[in-house]
Design a protein around this ligand. Structure first.
Ligand SMILES: Cc1cc2nc3c(=O)[nH]c(=O)nc-3n(C[C@H](O)[C@H](O)[C@H](O)COP(=O)(O)O)c2cc1C
Length: 118
């Protein structure tokens, strides 16, 4: 885990987390790259939601992908395993502070349809 600190700008997150989960795409067994990556994103989201449910803190680390070859070396993973993310998990040091998000109206488009549904 100490070696993993050198793989990302978010070394502080890694240092303060007692558990890291590295998530890989197995390029040898994947059947559709796009769908498999979508499934991995959903799996990561489920892990984050479970952590939240358990009262744990978790951070999705994507910036570490800039050093994915180095991570593979540290974890002795073959090149066919492509790093997708690292999830840092621990006990939250403080209450989560609210973040600024765009309002639904900014990101959703509602089309009015005159057709009647049966
Ligand atoms: C694809 C992806 C990559 C991310 N990579 C990082 C990262 O490298 N470092 C980090 O601190 N947070 C990373 N995050 C977490 C976000 O910064 C943010 O905390 C998270 O999306 C939760 O959003 P919220 O703060 O609006 O609840 C990433 C999130 C996603 C979806």
């Amino acid at each position: 885990m100490e070696k993993m600190e050198d793989c990302t700008h978010y070394a502080k997150v890694i240092r303060s987390a007692p558990l890291l989960i590295a998530v890989f795409l197995d390029q040898e067994t994947m059947y559709n790259r796009t769908k498999d990556i979508q499934a991995i994103g959903a799996a990561i989201q489920n892990m984050l939601l479970s952590c939240c449910d358990l009262g744990l803190g978790a951070v999705w680390l994507g910036e570490i992908l800039n050093s994915k070859e180095k991570v593979n070396l540290i974890l002795s993973c073959p090149g066919s395993m492509e790093l997708m993310a690292v999830i840092a998990i621990g006990h939250p040091a403080q209450e989560a502070s609210g973040t600024s998000r765009k309002g639904l109206k900014e990101v959703c488009f509602e089309e009015k349809c005159s057709r009647k549904w049966r």
